[in-house]
Design a protein around this ligand. Structure first.
Ligand code: BMA
Length: 313
């Protein structure tokens, strides 16, 4: 049954979850947190799949309708074993990809999990068949990196989530070549009196709307029973996206259904991407549930924007 809870502005698809390990053709522990893109009229998911050793790899799924996906037989990216700079820094696997299309190239920012902590890495593909690593693009600890789809004031831009002094906030950085990043600014901080009081991180690619950029983010609250991961949304200024115009005071999606409550990690909804449909209204949000399955929900982009302006921020 789809949830009818009043305050989840994201409507869950009644067929959730859309992918579980039953759908993965190779042996694995779990599937969750997929990046998404549209390519030649098809919906593409780049799935985070945890293999039997406990390290994550990426597998590819395709769909004609955005709800029913076929998963390819083998992973398309696994932790680098070749003698390159990536090998040392992907020793513990690759996680949480996020795809942004820039001028026909699909860039994938993902978490490389190293013995020194998690950091950001960049790969790219033009056809979802050949994947090429580009560079390691941060120091640890950093996660939840995602590129803007266009240059801003002549520079590539990205959101990310460095952890510094125990603080896990969302930052923005700029680059001329997608490899060297700087001019970093803090964009959005945790709110100690809200549902996002412990950690926040960008979830979806920033999506262009009138006068700004909307993006989905995840917020975490620590409780006596462990962390609860929820989703929110925020709007950033068009020309200076380090400025937050508005931000949802309450979550847009909280773990409520059984598959969001119970799994490898309980009480988690965690997204790595959303797609705005061609009507410019419906946003499909793909999200991992309890680190155990992949789900989809929809929201009207205008309602989402309005929702961000309600209440205190
Ligand atoms: C975060 C990331 C996500 C995961 C979430 C909940 O730190 O590792 O991949 O879904 O924790 O376990």
């Amino acid at each position: 049954m789809a949830s009818r809870v009043k305050y989840d502005i994201i409507q869950r698809w009644e067929g959730n979850p859309i992918l579980t390990i039953e759908d993965i053709p190779f042996p694995c522990n779990t599937v969750f947190n997929a990046a998404c893109a549209k390519y030649k009229g098809q919906y593409i998911l780049l799935l985070r799949v945890e293999d039997l050793t406990g390290r994550s790899v990426f597998a590819l799924a395709r769909s004609d309708d955005g709800y029913h996906f076929e998963v390819e037989d083998e992973p398309v990216m696994t932790a680098c074993v070749e003698d390159s700079c990536f090998k040392e820094y992907e020793r513990k696997g690759i996680e949480d990809p996020r795809i942004t299309e820039i001028d026909g190239v699909y860039y994938i920012v993902y978490t490389a999990v190293s013995s020194y902590g998690p950091l950001l890495a960049l790969a790219k593909t033009e056809d979802f068949e050949k994947f090429e690593r580009v560079a390691l693009i941060s120091e640890p600890e950093n996660k939840d990196g995602v590129l803007f789809p266009v240059k801003i004031n002549g520079k590539y831009a990205r959101l990310d989530r460095p952890v510094a002094g125990g603080l896990a906030n969302i930052w923005i950085s700029y680059s001329d070549d997608l490899i060297t990043w700087g001019n970093s600014r803090c964009v959005m901080t945790i709110r100690d009196d809200h549902w996002d009081s412990w950690r926040i991180g960008a979830s979806s690619q920033p999506i262009k709307i009138d006068g700004g950029w909307i993006f989905i983010y995840h917020g975490v609250k620590q409780t006596a029973g462990g962390p609860i991961y929820r989703l929110g949304a925020a709007v950033l200024d068009e020309d200076d996206p380090s400025k937050v115009k508005c931000r949802s005071a309450i979550p847009i999606l909280s773990p409520r259904e059984y598959y969001e409550r119970v799994g490898d990690v309980n009480n988690v909804v965690f997204s790595c991407g959303a797609l705005l449909e061609e009507d410019g209204k419906e946003l499909k949000i793909y999200y991992g549930a309890s680190d155990t399955s992949i789900c989809v929900g929809t929201a009207n982009i205008n309602e989402l924007m309005q929702f961000c302006t309600i209440g205190e921020h």
